[in-house]
Ligand binder design. Structure first.
Ligand code: TEU
Length: 554
């Protein structure tokens, strides 16, 4: 199993990245146009969210054909051109494998619906009566996780949208079909894969009601998931490819197993606990101020736990399902630049492989939508209705969506301050953010103080300092709720990282051994000297990396 801790991965949401053919929807030629920009940023891989044929009920996560490119995004030739052109720039392409479910428009599901028992066994169908679903499990997008098909007298399972039917991994034929998909893309020159909700693929043997929750405890990190992953990786020969699994509501113990090289499963995993610290009672649809103490605890637990078990983390704040981090944990106003940089630095110097989601590198914020007509996401539209049913007023429901909707991250990439923010000649498929005149790529390129430039520096720092990719991590200042601080060490190199999580100054005690250390990077343009002061003052949202080890020249 290869190691990818010295790499940086950039996530592209093609629909909102760059539209070249003028239909208001981003496309693959648009990505090709921006390759030099991505090269300038310094990333190693591009992960594209699904571009396969799909009814787009869930923006491509409802795949109808795993081997064909949806014409909305371009052609197979366009993808081949992207692979070739990015390869010339030393950038690999990763595709998104949605293997927990297919669209109900997929040929397999259509055959199942037509009554073919062989294909019914590709999915999870259960005999039953209308009105009596096999279990009380809930779909992640709201409502029952089961749908009745009257013509068959059967229910099928869909953990996500009703048009996303869960595959039956128990069936070896399904596993073989999916391996063939990987082989197909490997042979096209794809260099890595992201596996969508892959810890949900193994369902329980017994189907029972969940009297405590929505059913997730029965199928999350399910009984045969490790066996299935090992088989998939071994039989397709992707041990040395970059592979990342999206692990929904997982545990540290399972993530170690998914990603420790000795297990020969995946190169790394995404987990989401650190992105639930503003969910009231664990409910995404109830607003709460972020709990920084909980955030800190989670980082300490997962970073040191993964290290102890030799597991590998995907480090990230943003993706196409999450609100923008600067709006969420930072400050969109006075400290926009400082907080965006601090949040970036905080995870980039941790142990793992960092991901940058399109627009994060310029500090894009949530778009501040005010009407339900601006939203596109099936989850947001479903939950808007659910919130109203629960008795919320329209204004309250809209306030929740403005903070929590997945559309917050799906607005067009802000290339410039012009019409449609340089994303398209046409009206985009989803409204642009209200601040593209101030926040855009054009205004940041060439500015050494920009957020973009800071991301470039973080990426370059990883390439130049092995201690960032390979060093051990240990946390400091554990009792201080306002500061997250850690030390990375490798041989005689030692870096100490300080992040002020709040909008007020804070002080930390200097350690005698830091005397004479030097500043490697920070988000404030100020000189740093480690003289004799007893305390170190951190400005609001300050991020500071000091070279503190033997190698700093003492
Ligand atoms: O996401 C899985 C997932 O768990 C989230 O969508 C989650 O349910 C949501 O944020 C809860 O509020 C993956 C993809 O990233 C997502 O875009 C897809 O919609 C989903 O799987 C289904 O394929």
């Amino acid at each position: 199993m290869a190691d990818f801790s010295d790499k940086v991965i950039y996530q592209i949401y093609p629909k909102s990245f760059r539209d070249l053919n003028g239909d208001g929807l981003g496309d693959i030629p648009g990505i090709i146009e921006k390759l030099d920009y991505l090269k300038e940023l310094g990333v190693d891989y591009l992960w594209l969210t699904p571009v396969f044929i799909s009814p787009q009920r869930d923006n491509g996560y409802d795949v109808a054909d795993y081997r064909k490119i949806d014409e909305k995004f371009g052609t197979m030739e366009d993808l081949e051109e992207l692979i070739a052109q990015s390869g010339r720039r030393g950038i690999g392409i990763m595709l998104d494998m949605v293997f927990n479910h297919t669209s109900t428009a997929h040929e397999w599901f259509q055959k199942a619906l037509a009554g073919d028992p062989e294909y019914q066994n590709y999915y999870i169908f259960k005999d039953g009566e209308p009105g009596q679903p096999p279990t009380n499990w809930q779909s992640k997008f709201g409502g029952s996780a089961w749908e009745y098909v009257p013509t068959l007298g059967k229910w099928y399972l869909h953990l996500f949208d009703v048009t996303q039917a869960d595959l039956n991994w128990e069936n070896p034929k399904v596993r073989e079909e999916l391996k063939e998909v990987i082989r197909f893309w490997k042979q096209k020159g794809i260099k890595g894969f992201r596996f969508d909700v892959v810890n949900l693929i193994s369902k329980p043997e017994v189907w029972e009601d969940d009297l405590e929750g929505d059913g997730r405890r029965f199928y999350t990190d399910g009984p045969r998931v490790h066996e299935y992953l090992k088989e998939l990786v071994r039989d397709t020969g992707i041990e040395d490819f970059v592979t990342v699994g999206e692990m929904s509501s997982t545990t540290l113990e399972h993530c170690i197993r998914y990603s420790a090289p000795r297990e020969k499963e995946l190169s790394m995993c995404f987990s989401f606990h650190h992105l639930k610290i503003d969910y009231k009672n664990g409910n995404k649809w109830e607003l709460m101020e972020p709990d920084f103490a909980a955030l800190k605890e989670l980082f300490i637990k997962w970073q040191t736990g993964m290290q102890a078990g030799a597991g590998q983390s995907a480090l990230f704040w943003c993706n196409h399902d999450q609100p923008r981090i600067v709006s969420r944990l930072g400050d969109e106003g006075r400290y926009w630049k400082e907080s965006a940089k601090m949040l970036a630095g905080m995870i980039h110097l941790m142990r793992g492989t960092p991901y940058v989601y399109q627009g994060e590198e310029i500090g894009m914020t949530n778009p501040h939508y005010t009407g339900i007509g601006q939203y596109r996401d099936v989850e947001s539209l479903n939950y808007y209705k659910i919130l109203l049913e629960q008795g919320k007023t329209a204004d309250e429901a809209l306030e929740i969506l403005a903070a929590r909707s997945r559309d917050n991250s799906r607005t067009p990439m802000q290339w410039n301050g012009g019409a449609h923010c340089g994303f398209s000649e046409a009206e985009p498929w989803i409204p642009i953010s209200d601040n593209s005149a101030q926040i855009n790529v054009e205004s940041q390129l060439g500015d050494d103080t920009s957020i973009f430039s800071f991301y470039q520096k973080l990426i370059a720092l990883r390439k130049e300092n092995e201690v960032i990719a390979k060093g051990e991590i240990a946390f400091l200042e554990e009792e201080n709720p306002k500061v997250l601080a850690y030390r990375r060490s490798l041989g005689d190199r030692e870096l100490t990282v300080f992040c002020n999580l709040g909008d007020t100054e804070t002080e930390i005690s200097m350690k005698p051994e830091w005397e004479g250390c030097r500043k490697l990077l920070g988000n404030y343009e100020k000189e740093f000297s480690c003289a004799k002061e007893e305390t170190l003052t951190l400005e609001p949202y300050e991020f500071l990396v000091l070279e503190t080890g033997q190698a700093h020249g003492m």
